[in-house]
Design a protein around this ligand. Structure first.
Ligand SMILES: Cc1cc2nc3c(=O)[nH]c(=O)nc-3n(C[C@H](O)[C@H](O)[C@H](O)COP(=O)(O)O)c2cc1C
Length: 141
């Protein structure tokens, strides 16, 4: 996907939507309509990735001029994150901070799935506990 971050133009404070027209436009519309969303990011230099943050900043269009969320409240959300460091407490703030943003927007954060010791794309196949957690939370949505 090719997309840019929020331009800070404030168009979305008088109109209902983001003026930037790119590959994120449809995704933002999908989030508006969704009953449940799963967000995921690896940890890059202690934080969620830059690509993820560009998307997150575009959520500005979900907020009206009075700083209230335009989203229907109660959308369920699961956050999935992976890091190389084996101790998940090392960077847990990244997902916790994003969860706070989502709560502000009216989401119900159902679970945060955190993988430590990540690396190769298939590393999670050795983590039966995380696969079970994902299956269990997925079926609860
Ligand atoms: C640019 C970059 C920065 C990274 N920074 C960190 C970091 O600060 N802490 C950490 O534990 N792992 C870090 N990693 C490792 C990734 O978080 C780890 O490999 C993760 O499991 C990748 O998830 P993915 O397979 O979903 O892409 C970094 C990897 C890259 C490519």
């Amino acid at each position: 996907m090719n997309y840019s971050g929020c331009q800070g133009c404030n168009h979305c404070k008088s109109a209902e939507e983001c003026r930037v027209d790119d590959d994120l436009s449809g995704l933002l519309e999908d989030i508006r309509k969704a009953d449940a969303v799963v967000f995921g990011s690896p940890i890059y230099f202690n934080l969620f990735s830059g690509q993820f943050k560009l998307m997150q900043d575009r959520f500005y269009s979900f907020i009206d001029s009075g700083f209230r969320s335009r989203l229907a409240p109660g959308k369920k959300v699961v956050i999935v994150t992976s890091q190389g460091h084996p101790d998940i407490s090392a960077f847990e703030k990244a997902a916790d901070d994003f969860a706070e943003v989502l709560r502000f927007l009216g989401f119900e954060v159902v679970d945060i799935i955190r993988m430590g010791g990540g690396g190769p794309p298939d590393a999670v196949l050795d983590r039966r506990d995380l696969l079970d957690q994902a299956r269990s939370v997925g079926s609860s949505l």
